[in-house]
Ligand binder design. Structure first.
Ligand SMILES: [Fe+2]
Length: 404
């Protein structure tokens, strides 16, 4: 039997059948074309996604390489603008000390007045509204209308928070403006939001690490300087060569006895190391004087807590240690200096260092006397409890010494 090939179908069927057949072919063809265009579209979207992913990876790689905060911020903003095809953008970072947002960088076409307006919107405590959610705005929002009033070609805005490990670092603000091209997006799609959000998560992590690296690096430099400074102070007095380090070690030991946190112990260590930093301004002849000091000389010595706190005030990571430097010569009965603070008005870290300072002074040789024995020093400490020293802390110190 002959097979029915398309050719012999045409030969042995009626004209109506032929038309139906052609019509079906046309429909099939249309369906095929439709499927084809859908596949092409999907391919195109996939290609776009792949190149987007490759681009984002490139941005991540370049971000990781950066160790400079300015460059990192620049790369993040550039990346976010590229990913969302925005025309402009800026980055605000959260200043923990001032508890407000600060404008770090703007990019793209953004007028001076628009920048000023954005600063008013987000560059203060107001910016904290971005703390945990992405904000999308267009001309249906009253506050965006105010922005449009100063820059009429702006169309929409996307604000994405930079958060890592629950720490709010800042926010990226992105803006679409009418660029005169019909195909250019003027609104942010759901995909834009999702993509830029996941980008912001990685960016925040990298930004935070860069900041920590810098802070840590700076801290290292400061600590090296401080260590050198401490050695210089101790070297001024022939009898107190390791005094600052001894006081730091003893203060931390007492702090542990008092069950302080690691953060508190760290501050105590820095404060104790630096407690006499102000002596850098006191002449060696006065520091090492064997006879009793005259009033002027005693005033010079008494100025060292204030001089010390002024020297260290600009160093932000030593902020918590400043009280120790300033108040380690206050006495529990209110007769100390510089402010004659009394009892628990004296910061507790300063009360700890006061005991450690006295202990090291009593148990080491001085220009004017020999070191006391441990027994004698314990006796003196007990006698000073409630007048010079915090009595509760003295009790804890004695318990610690008895254990050791
Ligand atoms: Fe001192």
């Amino acid at each position: 039997m002959a097979t029915r090939s398309p050719d012999n179908i045409l030969l042995d069927t009626s004209t109506a059948d032929v038309f139906t057949y052609i019509e079906n072919l046309k429909n099939n063809n249309l369906t095929l074309l439709k499927v084809n265009s859908e596949v092409m579209e999907k391919n195109h979207a996939l290609e776009r996604k792949l190149s987007e992913a490759a681009f984002i990876n490139k941005v991540y790689a370049s971000l990781i390489e950066r160790s400079n905060l300015k460059q990192t911020i620049n790369s993040i903003l550039k990346g976010a603008i590229r990913i969302t095809r925005s025309e402009a953008g800026c980055i605000f970072l959260y200043n923990r000390k001032k508890d407000c947002m600060e404008l770090m960088l703007t990019k793209g076409h953004l007028s001076g007045t628009a920048k000023e307006h954005l600063c008013r919107m987000y560059g203060s405590a107001e910016g904290l509204v971005l703390y945990d959610s992405t904000v999308q705005m267009n001309n249906t929002d009253a506050s965006f209308k105010q922005l449009q009033a100063v820059d009429s070609s702006l169309r929409s805005m996307l604000a994405v928070p930079l958060i890592t490990e629950h720490i709010f670092i800042g926010a990226i603000i992105l803006l679409h403006r009418h660029a005169g091209e019909d195909e250019h997006p003027i609104y942010y799609s759901k995909t834009d939001c999702d993509t830029v959000n996941s980008f912001a998560q990685v960016a925040a992590l990298i930004l935070n690490n860069t900041r920590l690296k810098i802070e840590y690096g700076r801290k290292e430099v400061y600590l090296e300087t401080i260590t050198a400074l401490v050695s210089a102070i101790d070297a001024k007095d022939a009898y107190t060569r390791n005094h600052s380090r001894n006081v730091a070690r003893l203060s931390v030991a007492l702090g542990k006895e008092l069950k302080l946190t690691n953060e508190e112990l760290k501050n105590i260590k820095y404060g104790a190391l630096l407690h006499d930093v102000g002596k850098i301004g006191v002449p060696e002849s006065v520091l090492n004087k064997k006879d009793s000091l005259n009033a002027r000389e005693f005033d010079m010595i008494k100025a060292h807590p204030l001089i010390g706190s002024k020297i260290l005030a600009p160093i932000d990571f030593l902020e918590e240690a400043l009280d120790i430097v300033r108040y380690h010569h206050e006495r529990f009965d209110g007769t100390g200096y510089p402010e004659r603070l009394r009892g628990e008005n004296i910061p507790f870290e300063a009360r700890i260092v006061c005991i450690a300072d006295a202990w090291d002074a009593m148990t080491s040789d001085r220009a004017y006397r020999k070191a006391l024995t441990v027994k004698e020093a314990l006796q003196q400490l007990q006698e000073g409890a409630g007048t010079q020293f915090d009595p509760w802390m003295v009790k804890k110190f004695l318990a610690m010494k008895t254990k050791n």
